[in-house]
Ligand binder design. Structure first.
Ligand code: GTP
Ligand code: MG
Length: 201
């Protein structure tokens, strides 16, 4: 009887909480993506004007609920001197969203190096990786196959982790739902990083 009641309590009042890091070089569109995600997935969220977003110096936090899963996003600043702070969050995270500016071919190898360094960290072993090829609204931008080719030598380091490269336009929301739904599916089935249980308040 106790098991039945506690199961019912959990079903009704608890969420499984997952922490998702949003990483990538400065100007990639991480904060724009987070704002768009909050607008799309939170009923009463009145999003800030996307054109008012400025470079992130500390950390932006956002939370959305998708079914029984509660995703807590940590959007970190991507400037070079801030990248050294990324690894402080690895051990706590259940998934990583890595944002690439598909219009910036010049900085693609810089982005690849930051990505490679990040996935080399043992603290992120087994964590699903969603790579967003952002700014697909801009004509002649890099396509998903272009980006996959540029990042191809990272494949051995990605290993058996779930990984998806998703075309995206954070400004308009194109590709946002698909990316988030994929991430939810991956973190929920990842037995290596169990969620934290949170009472719904
Ligand atoms: N055309 C286009 N511009 C975008 C898109 N997403 C973001 N941007 C623009 O890219 C610029 C940087 O966006 P941010 O969201 O601040 O980038 P960030 O990755 O958070 O940058 P840092 O906080 O410095 O690490 C802004 O001018 C955005 O309007 C997109 O999908 N398409
Ligand atoms: Mg930002």
């Amino acid at each position: 009887m106790y098991t039945l009641l506690s199961g019912l309590y959990k079903y009704m009042f608890q969420k499984d909480e997952y922490c998702i890091l949003i990483l990538g070089l400065d100007n990639a569109g991480k904060t724009t993506f987070l704002e768009q995600t909050k607008t799309k997935f939170s009923k009463n969220y009145k999003g800030m004007s996307l054109s008012k977003i400025t470079t992130t110096v500390g950390l932006n936090i956002g939370t959305i609920d998708v079914g029984k899963a509660r995703l807590m996003f940590w959007d970190l600043g991507g400037q070079e001197e801030l990248q050294s702070l990324w690894d402080k969050y690895y051990a706590e995270s259940h998934g990583v969203i890595y944002v690439i500016d598909s219009t910036d071919e010049e900085r693609l190898s810089e982005s690849k190096n930051a990505f490679e360094k990040m996935i080399s960290s043992e603290a992120l072993e087994g964590v699903p990786l969603l790579v967003l090829a952002n700014k697909q609204d801009v004509e002649n931008c890099l396509s998903v196959p272009d980006i996959k080719t540029a990042f191809s030598d990272c494949a051995p380091k990605i290993g058996k982790r779930d990984c998806l490269v998703q075309p995206c336009t954070a400004l308009t929301g194109q590709g946002v739902n698909e990316g988030i739904e994929w991430m939810v599916k991956c973190v929920v089935r990842n037995i290596h990083r169990p969620p934290r249980h949170k009472d719904i308040t």
